[in-house]
Design a protein around this ligand. Structure first.
Ligand SMILES: Cc1cc2nc3c(=O)[nH]c(=O)nc-3n(C[C@H](O)[C@H](O)[C@H](O)COP(=O)(O)OP(=O)(O)OC[C@H]3O[C@@H](n4cnc5c(N)ncnc54)[C@H](O)[C@@H]3O)c2cc1C
Length: 462
């Protein structure tokens, strides 16, 4: 039995290792010359630069379990404690109140005491305790829902920076049911989001620490370990640096994947672990309805700028793990949605007496992404000089542009997934997986790749 896995990001690799371990011969195809997709770790001059993701959460165990399975269990490290994240509001840094769940307080005291909100804003949020249920059966933008229940300040100063930051776009368009289904469950069960969150906080284990984990040598080590495992298998073949173009089925039910080089790979099953617009182009010939729904999943652009400084560049070294931009009354707004002080967040990311900072330029700064590197660096350096007082130029500059590659689960996302599933129901040997569908975080991507492999194995076994 032979399967083709298209896309050598973490999703495709998670699928590929499960398939080879089950005795299936695997051909791995990726348009890029190297594996890893958005996971790209660079070691330069003693700095460890993550161009894409820098961590995974421990409460969804699939990523940590995969790393452990491939010998990296002892390399999983936690963030440097204490975890202090700031919200930057009108240039002023306010520490994130302790005990915040993603957008709701799990402890009342820190929320009541925080300077992030004024008293009228806190009282407005408190009205949530009295309001009747708001949701009907239809999906809704997270922004609309939270604004109704908690007031606009929570959106602007907390929810949008936090959730919008993960998706590189605003919560005014993100789907409640696809991104934060927990909020619907809270309203269903408790009516008040705040009461439900406080209840969940009372049940949570005490002193659990931050859920964020990474690998001591960078996330690229996971990709290297998975690739080493695949390359040691006799039935494994790879085509890196060549794009897949289209997928068709022959009368015997075998799949034919055409590559941009003209080569056609014939297989019993195919896992498509590519971003949905690319997947759309591949299935369009045989399943145009699936292609329409796949293209309807929008993808945002983001850019990550990493800057390394001598510690002496700062009057006082930046403290904490970084900040999220929580809006401003001033114009123009900073181009960055936030910065991670990587050298403060993780051990071993920067040489002694240096500071490594990662700045995120979200979708709203798209015009800037497209400018030449030196202009982007100048804009980010200005922002860091204003925020942290950097008085020198950086000694390391790197940029990664992720153009049209950040999936946005906008309102109606789950309906689009149902349309895709229905349109491909008679193609069970084509399995779609990856960040475009049911979770953008690394653990969700791993789970999605593994589920695709399991579905393929069930089909081949049958
Ligand atoms: C800047 C940034 C920061 C992030 N931070 C975090 C974080 O800290 N924690 C976290 O959990 N998640 C984070 N994410 C999200 C996470 O990185 C991604 O969701 C995840 O890596 C996606 O994996 P994937 O395998 O599904 O897709 P990708 O990694 O995008 O892989 C898809 C692969 O398909 C290939 N491909 C595309 N077209 C074709 C074609 N026609 N033929 C063949 N191959 C093709 C691509 O080259 C690519 O290798 C971040 C994402 C970004 C961009």
């Amino acid at each position: 039995m032979r399967a083709v896995v298209v896309g050598a990001g973490v999703t495709g690799l998670a699928a590929a290792v499960d398939l080879v371990d089950a005795g299936v011969e695997v051909t791995l195809v990726d348009a890029a010359p190297q594996a890893g997709g958005k996971i790209r770790t660079e070691h330069v001059d003693g700095f460890l630069v993550e161009h894409g993701p820098d961590s995974f959460v421990s409460y969804r165990p699939a990523a940590a379990a995969l790393a452990s399975r491939f010998g990296l269990g002892n390399d999983i490290i936690s963030v440097t404690e204490p975890r202090i994240v700031y919200l930057r509001r009108d240039g002023e840094m306010v520490a994130m109140p302790e005990g915040m769940g993603l957008v709701l307080p799990t402890r009342l005291g820190p929320f009541v005491r925080t300077r992030l909100f004024t008293w009228p804003q806190k009282l407005h949020a408190g009205l949530d305790v009295l309001l009747p249920r708001y949701l009907g059966p239809e999906d809704m933008a997270i922004g609309q829902f939270l604004r109704h229940r908690l007031g606009p300040a929570i959106i602007e100063r907390l929810a949008d920076p936090l959730i919008g930051g993960i998706y590189g776009t605003s919560i005014e368009e993100l789907s409640l049911d696809a991104v934060l289904p927990m909020l619907r469950a809270y309203e269903d069960e408790s009516r008040s989001l705040i009461l439900a969150s406080l209840k969940a906080g009372r049940k949570a284990p005490k002193g659990a620490g931050s859920p964020f984990r990474t690998l001591r040598g960078g996330l690229g080590d996971l990709i290297d370990a998975l690739m080493a495992h695949l390359r040691a298998e006799a039935g494994y073949v790879e085509r890196l640096g060549v794009a897949a173009v289209s997928l068709t089925t022959d009368d015997a039910g075998r799949s034919h994947l055409r590559l941009a080089s003209g080569e056609v790979l014939v297989a019993d099953a195919v896992v498509l672990a590519t971003p949905s617009p690319t997947t759309a182009a591949m299935v369009e010939g045989e399943r145009p309805a699936a292609a329409v729904a796949l293209r309807a999943i929008p993808h945002a652009s983001t850019a990550v700028v990493s800057l390394g400084y001598r510690a002496e560049a700062f009057p006082t070294p930046p403290v904490g793990h970084g900040f999220l931009d929580a809006g401003t009354g001033r114009t123009p707004r900073s181009p960055s949605s936030g910065c991670t002080v990587t050298s403060g967040k993780w051990a071993g990311r920067a040489p002694d007496r240096t500071v490594l900072i990662r700045s995120f330029l979200p979708e709203r700064s798209r015009a800037l992404h497209q400018r030449p590197d030196n202009e982007v660096y100048a804009a980010v350096e200005r922002d860091i000089a204003e925020t942290f007082g950097a008085g020198e130029s950086p000694i390391l500059r790197r940029i990664a542009r992720w153009d049209g590659l950040m999936p946005k689960y906008t309102v109606g996302h789950k309906d689009r997934l149902a349309t895709i599933d229905a349109a491909l129901a008679d193609r069970p040997r084509w399995q779609l997986a990856g960040a475009s569908y049911r979770g953008v975080g690394l653990p969700d991507c791993v789970t999605s790749g593994q589920a695709a492999a399991a579905a393929v194995l069930a089909q081949l076994g049958g």
